[in-house]
Design a protein around this ligand. Structure first.
Ligand code: ZN
Length: 148
């Protein structure tokens, strides 16, 4: 189990330092800005969705390593998925990062790497900011999303 935790930690550090799918995306039909005032994480998400399925997803912004790693891993995960699947995934992810349930790597894939956040309750909002923002973008919520 210790090895798995170490692997998870490395994955988070790597994605935090070198976020994937980072940068503005053209030809999108959903964009949204999200802000976590507690930590100062700010990000903008760009999503191209067709018939309810995510074709492309990118983000840009700045924030702590957890927020960047979470957004990076999320963008990687949500391609090809529908809003319904993303909603369910977020429930599982949220349960894992808040320590409500043990992470199930079969359901969460690489997202399980962020489950260590459950030991640092103050960082939960850093890890979930991208999720709140993407889901609001897909639901065409017009308001700025903050984790407060
Ligand atoms: Zn943060």
């Amino acid at each position: 189990m210790a090895d798995l935790q170490e692997l998870y930690q490395q994955l988070v550090i790597d994605h935090g330092r070198h976020p994937r799918h980072f940068g503005k995306l053209a030809d999108v039909n959903h964009t949204k800005e999200g802000y976590n005032p507690l930590c100062g994480d700010r990000l903008m998400v760009y999503i191209r969705e067709e018939k309810g399925v995510i074709q492309e997803a990118q983000f840009e912004g700045s924030g702590c390593a957890i927020s960047m790693a979470s957004a990076s891993l999320m963008m990687e995960t949500i391609r090809g998925k529908s809003l319904l699947v993303i909603d369910t995934l977020f429930t599982d992810f949220h349960d894992a990062v808040t320590g409500k349930s043990k992470p199930d790597p079969k359901k969460l894939g690489k997202l399980a790497a962020l489950s260590g956040v459950s030991e640092f309750p103050a960082r939960v909002k850093c890890a979930t900011l991208c999720w709140h923002t993407v889901i609001a973008a897909l639901k065409n919520n017009k308001e700025l999303i903050t984790t407060e």
